[in-house]
Design a protein around this ligand. Structure first.
Ligand SMILES: NC(=O)c1ccc[n+]([C@@H]2O[C@H](COP(=O)([O-])OP(=O)(O)OC[C@H]3O[C@@H](n4cnc5c(N)ncnc54)[C@H](OP(=O)(O)O)[C@@H]3O)[C@@H](O)[C@H]2O)c1
Length: 369
């Protein structure tokens, strides 16, 4: 894989890490020829041995007909999803996030794990590139105990066509308690079915409980996957981000571009269709315009798009791996340019303050359940 990453971008990164933590006066100068990521830009997932790219790719929309794709899945969308996968791997983003419930249970839907598995299989015919897969266990009310985790995982592995996954996560907290599920995660590690385990939508309290329970078996809780973007900063306010940092748990940021809203393509005159349109109404979108305009201005200085700026903002928070979703190759290619450069500390803070001013009520606070 050819590497064309601006060394200036990396030197400013190094400078920032070496520095006292104060503001950098200079902007990172990046080359627009960034086409692939460097292998050594990988980060460890928490205390596990699994290394993934600084940015992953979310596969929720692949095959889904409940939230995405205007309720329809067809051959064209399949080809586009496959192209998104290939463009991502071509660009060096090789960490993919899926779940057993993505693309499941609805008329016309195709399971996202099945799709991802077929894309990996196809790719491996010609390419030995290392691909990291994360999937998730659905803590459905009728699933009890540790055994349910193993049987669900075995079904996921069968759909993916893999003998193990890099990261297995509890998708959301169980309503009857989580001890059995956490024990199931530990069993999965011991059986060699997963390389690392994590949770998702876990509050600070649940995170600490899960961490402690796994630690007794000598297993690190590698990640907590939560909703986190410039306009949904609950993890900064509810102790989740601080706890991840304290315990050495990677925060995987889902919906990092606020489901497309932060790209700037949706406006009060052109709101998103489907379920997103009920969250991001023209009123909400109108309030966001000053922030989106400023993101654009900052991006222009670097030759970056809004999408790249807001993903970079998340990476700047440290210990955060964003997993934006891409429906096509173009979207996936754009993510590649989100790293290999860095916003200044002043820009990071300015965007946070501006986002706080708009106070949008966005996202479903699953972590409060
Ligand atoms: N653990 C959980 O409970 C949970 C919950 C949600 C998501 N997730 C994970 O996080 C991943 C990402 O979250 P998400 O899909 O909710 O939201 P997101 O990544 O913030 O937004 C993805 C959507 O934004 C649009 N988009 C993507 N790239 C774009 C670009 N370059 N330019 C313009 N528009 C672009 C696409 O939709 P349009 O083209 O239709 O606008 C795409 O489907 C999911 O795939 C899933 O793996 C996990």
């Amino acid at each position: 894989m050819a590497l064309q990453v601006s060394s200036a971008g990396f030197s400013i990164l190094a400078q920032r890490r070496r520095g006292s933590g104060g503001s950098l006066g200079a902007r990172a100068v990046t080359s627009e020829s960034v086409t692939t990521l460097k292998g050594d830009e990988k980060v460890k997932l928490g205390g596990s041995d699994v290394k993934v790219t600084r940015l992953g790719l979310g596969a929720w929309s692949w095959g889904d007909t409940s939230y995405w794709n205007d309720s329809g899945w067809d051959d064209r969308k399949l080809k586009e999803a496959k192209a998104a996968f290939d463009a991502s791997v071509d660009g060096g983003i090789t960490f993919f996030d899926t779940a057993e419930v993505y693309g499941a249970g609805m008329m016309g839907a195709v399971n996202s794990e099945t799709l991802l598995g077929s894309f990996i299989k196809e790719r491996r015919k010609t390419d030995s590139v290392e691909i990291s897969v994360a999937t998730k266990f659905a803590a459905l009310p009728w699933r009890f105990g540790r055994g349910s985790v193993i049987s669900a995982l075995e079904n996921s592995l069968s759909r993916l066509g893999l003998s193990s996954v890099d990261l297995y996560q509890l998708h959301w907290p169980g309503i009857w308690g989580n001890e059995g599920y956490i024990d199931g995660l530990g069993d999965a590690v011991e059986k060699g079915l997963v390389k690392a385990v994590g949770v998702s939508n876990y509050s600070e309290k649940r995170l600490r409980e899960a961490y402690d329970r796994l630690k007794k078996r000598g297993i690190p809780l590698a990640a907590n996957q939560v909703n986190y973007s410039l306009i949904y900063r609950a993890p900064e306010e509810n102790g989740v981000k601080a706890t991840c940092d304290e315990l050495g748990i990677t925060l995987i940021a889902y919906s990092p571009i606020a489901q497309g809203i932060l790209t700037g393509k949706y406006t009060p005159e052109n709101p998103p269709t489907g379920p997103r349109g009920r969250i991001y109404t023209p009123e909400v979108l109108a309030k966001l315009q000053p922030l989106i305009a400023r993101i654009k201005e900052i991006g222009e200085v670097y030759g970056k798009t809004n999408t790249q700026v807001v993903l970079n903002w998340l990476v700047c928070q440290e210990n955060v791996v964003p997993i934006p979703g891409a429906k096509n190759a173009e979207q996936a290619k754009e993510f590649v340019g989100a790293i290999g450069w860095q916003l200044t500390d002043q820009e990071v803070e300015e965007l946070r303050s501006l986002a706080a001013e708009t106070k949008p009520v966005i996202g479903f606070p699953v972590e409060k359940l």
